[in-house]
Design a binder for this molecule. Structure first.
Ligand code: AQP
Length: 333
C-alpha cells in the first residue's frame, strides 16, 4: 500500500547539503514511487519563529519551491504549497497546544539549542513550534514523515499529541500516528568547520556549509578549506568515531555515491586527506551543480513558481479544511 507522505522545509534561505541529504533527496525517492501521495510544505509559519526580513522571506519561499523542483520533485505528482496560506494549520496548532503538555515541550532539545543562553528572549513561537509541526502532519492523515535526524524528537512529540487527542476525546484512530522516515546512516550532516555541530542555514560562516546554489569553484574551495585533523585517513570504524570531521566528510561521500562505509575505508585508508577531498569535490560538483543551475534558472520564472504554490494551496486547503471541521465537532465548537 502507498504511503501518505508529509514533510516541510523552512524558507529561511541558504538551503544546504544537510537539507538535501537529510530530507530533500528522500522526498525525491518517495515522490518517484507512484503509490505514494506526497505533500511538501514550505513552512513559512515556522520560519518567523526567528526574525525574518519580509522581502527576503518572500524570495526564500520561491527559492524553496525552486529547490524542490530542481532537486527532482515533480509538482504534477505532489502537492507543494506554503503553510501560511492554509489557515487550518494555525488553528489546529492552537487546539493541539491545549492537548500538548508543557512538560513535553520543555524537553525539546532543539529549542534549547536554538534559544541559546538567553531563553527568556526567545519567541513563544520558537518554544511551541513542535505543536505547529504536529498540526501540519496530522491535518493530512500522514502515515510517514521523511526528516533529518534533528527532527526525530519533534516527531515523537507529534505521535504523543495525536495519541493523547485520540484518547482524551475517545476518537480511536481519528489522528493517524505517523512514522518517521530517517536515513539509517549519516542522517545528520555536520558543519564543515566543526564536526560536532550540525550543518545549518543560520550559521554565520558560509564556509561551514555547501549551499545548493553554490557553483563549482565555491564547492571545491569549501571542501579544500573543510576542517580535518593532521592524521591520515581513518581505516576503522573505531577510528572514525573519534574523528568527527573525517567521519562527516566520509559520510557525505557515502551518502552521495551509495558506496558502503567498509569499501570507502578500505579505499582511502592511510591516504592523505587532499586525495580524498579531490574525489569528494568531484562527486559534490557532479551532484550539486545541476541542481544549483536549475534553481537559478527557475528563479527567473516567478509565474511558474507561484502557480505551483497556488495549485498546491487549492489541493491542500481542501484536505485540511475538511479535517479541521471534524476537529471542531470533536472538541465541541
Ligand atoms: N545538518 C542536517 N543534516 C541532516 N538533515 C538536516 N536537516 C536540516 N539540517 C540538517 C533537515 O532538513 C529538513 C528541513 O529543515 P528545516 O529547514 O525545516 O529546519 P532546520 O532543521 O532548522 O534547518 P537548519 O539548516 O538547521 O536551519 P536553521 O539554521 O535556520 O536552524 C528537516 O527535515 C531537517 O531535519
Amino acid at each position: 500500500m502507498g504511503k501518505k507522505i508529509f514533510s516541510g522545509v523552512q524558507p529561511t534561505g541558504n538551503l544546504h547539503l544537510g537539507n538535501y541529504l537529510g530530507a530533500i533527496k528522500n522526498f525525491v525517492d518517495l515522490n518517484n514511487d507512484k503509490d505514494n501521495e506526497c505533500i511538501f510544505c514550505v513552512v513559512d509559519l515556522h520560519a518567523i519563529t526567528v526574525k525574518q526580513n519580509p522581502n527576503e522571506l518572500k524570495n526564500n519561499i520561491r527559492e524553496t519551491v525552486a529547490t524542490f523542483v530542481a532537486s527532482g520533485i515533480n509538482p504534477e505528482k505532489s502537492i507543494i504549497f506554503n503553510q501560511s496560506k492554509v489557515r487550518a494549520h494555525s488553528e489546529a496548532a492552537w487546539i493541539l497546544s491545549c492537548t500538548a503538555r508543557t512538560g513535553w515541550l520543555s524537553r525539546m532539545t532543539q529549542f534549547k539549542e536554538k534559544a541559546g543562553k538567553d531563553k527568556e528572549k526567545a519567541s513563544v513561537g520558537l518554544y511551541s513550534y513542535p505543536v505547529l509541526m504536529a498540526a501540519d502532519i496530522l491535518l493530512y492523515d500522514s502515515t510517514h514523515v521523511p526528516v533529518g535526524d534533528d527532527q526525530k524528537q519533534h516527531l515523537e512529540l507529534c505521535r504523543d499529541i495525536a495519541q493523547k487527542f485520540n484518547n482524551d476525546f475517545e476518537v480511536d484512530n481519528f489522528f493517524t500516528i505517523p512514522e518517521p522516515l530517517i536515513q539509517k546512516e549519516f542522517s545528520r550532516i555536520m558543519s564543515l568547520k566543526d564536526g560536532t555541530k550540525k550543518m545549518s542555514k543560520s550559521e554565520l560562516s558560509d564556509l561551514s556549509r555547501i549551499n545548493l546554489t553554490d557553483d563549482a569553484d565555491q564547492i571545491i574551495n569549501k571542501i579544500k578549506k573543510a576542517k580535518t585533523d593532521p592524521q591520515p585517513m581513518p581505516s576503522t570504524y573505531e577510528d572514525l568515531d573519534k574523528r568527527p570531521e573525517a567521519k562527516n566528510l566520509i559520510g557525505i561521500y557515502s551518502s552521495l555515491t551509495g558506496m558502503k562505509l567498509d569499501k570507502l575505508l578500505n579505499e582511502f585508508s592511510g591516504k592523505n586527506f587532499s586525495d580524498f577531498k579531490e574525489n569528494l569535490s568531484q562527486v559534490l560538483v557532479e551532484r550539486i551543480l545541476p541542481i544549483s543551475k536549475e534553481i537559478k534558472k527557475l528563479l527567473n520564472d516567478k509565474i511558474f513558481l507561484d502557480k505551483i504554490l497556488t495549485d498546491g494551496f487549492e489541493k491542500a486547503d481542501k484536505v485540511a479544511s475538511n479535517k479541521i471541521k471534524k476537529i471542531h465537532e470533536i472538541v465541541g465548537f
